[in-house]
Write a protein that binds this ligand. Structure first.
Ligand SMILES: NC(=O)c1ccc[n+]([C@@H]2O[C@H](COP(=O)([O-])OP(=O)(O)OC[C@H]3O[C@@H](n4cnc5c(N)ncnc54)[C@H](OP(=O)(O)O)[C@@H]3O)[C@@H](O)[C@H]2O)c1
Length: 300
């Protein structure tokens, strides 16, 4: 530890922000605020991380408790919420009257648990989900969604805006975590569909690189339908004006046949067809594609 690292944070400095956890994401968050000129106090379980931040005027606290008392706002970002609980629960006294923002990925039930604990100790709590990679933090591409204490969100908005575009989803603390997995789930489906399409074309000697612009066009077209789908889902009305589920179902069998004929896995298309089959069996064959929302609400 250098002499500057001994500059421990002991008192609450106006406008300062504390970061607990300097892994890839925690480091990017602290780095961004430091670059914006915010007094920043950092703590990490192992002291091998964050030396570059200390060199740029961040203060390294000697303990997590000391880090918390250095600022009115503490942002925690660790590998998982068990680590968050282990870290903050013994420090309830230090956190009392301050704001804790948890940017660790986790489940909505974990978020509710930490939120209940915080409420019992007069700690303002916001749960956040980072929809970005570390390199994107501080850029226009980065988004972080929050749920929980709205007053804390409003009060610390200038800090949150520096990190990423902040969106408040609601007072229920689990909403950010739920949003996180919903977005990730959608992305994994799209990426797996891309891999399936690439495997299909590759079987006919078409390589993935020239195929990509065509598939990007398909994704862009699909993106353009989402707002309309959302309106239909919210209204519960699914006109089959352009094409019906029955029409989609017939095309899905072509995908299954082509996949099988080319030695490509039929797992994804069979799953797609099974969903459409159930919808048709329920009498939705002449409805628009978005009517299949019923199969996701109650898949049995
Ligand atoms: N990286 C991304 O692209 C990304 C994107 C969105 C969300 N996130 C989320 O951000 C969170 C952090 O991810 P990351 O990429 O920064 O992970 P990481 O680089 O592996 O860092 C993990 C951090 O957690 C700390 N930690 C682990 N267990 C701990 C414990 N028991 N007590 C105290 N600290 C503990 C580590 O401390 P040590 O250094 O002492 O091990 C380290 O600071 C995760 O929840 C992740 O899902 C990450």
């Amino acid at each position: 530890m250098t002499s500057s690292e001994h500059d421990h944070a002991g008192s609450d400095q106006a406008g300062s922000v504390t970061f607990l956890g300097l892994g890839l994401m925690g480091h990017a968050l602290a780095d961004t605020l430091l670059a914006a000129g915010r007094p920043t106090t950092v703590w990490n379980r192992s002291t091998d991380k964050g030396a570059d931040l200390i060199g740029r005027a961040a203060r390294r606290a000697g303990s997590a408790g000391e880090a918390i008392t250095a600022s009115s706002l503490a942002i925690v970002c660790t590998a998982h919420n068990n680590a968050v609980r282990e870290l903050v629960q013994p420090l309830a006294a230090e956190l009392r009257g301050r704001t804790l923002i948890n940017l660790t990925s986790g489940s909505s039930s974990e978020a509710r648990g930490i939120s209940d604990w915080a409420a019992g100790h007069e700690i303002a709590y916001l749960d956040g989900a980072v929809l970005a990679v570390p390199d994107g933090i501080g850029t226009d591409e980065a988004a972080i969604v929050y749920s929980g204490d709205k007053d804390a969100f409003d009060q610390h908005n200038p800090v949150l805006r520096r990190l990423a575009t902040p969106t408040f989803l609601g007072n229920a603390p689990g909403l950010a975590a739920l949003h996180d997995v919903a977005v990730l789930g959608m992305m994994w489906h799209i990426l797996n569909a891309f891999l399936h399409a690439a495997a299909l074309l590759q079987s006919a000697g078409v390589s993935a690189t020239p195929l990509t612009p065509v598939l990007e066009g398909g994704i862009a077209t699909t993106t353009g339908w989402l707002a309309d789908y959302a309106e239909q889902i919210d209204a519960g009305v699914f006109p089959g004006d352009d094409s019906t589920i029955a029409t989609h179902l017939a095309a899905m069998t072509h995908l299954i046949d082509e996949s099988g004929a080319h030695g490509v896995s039929t797992d994804l298309p069979l799953q797609m067809k099974a969903i459409a089959d159930r919808a048709v069996a329920e009498g939705l064959g002449q409805s628009g594609h978005a009517a299949m929302i019923s199969q996701f609400r109650s898949p049995e």
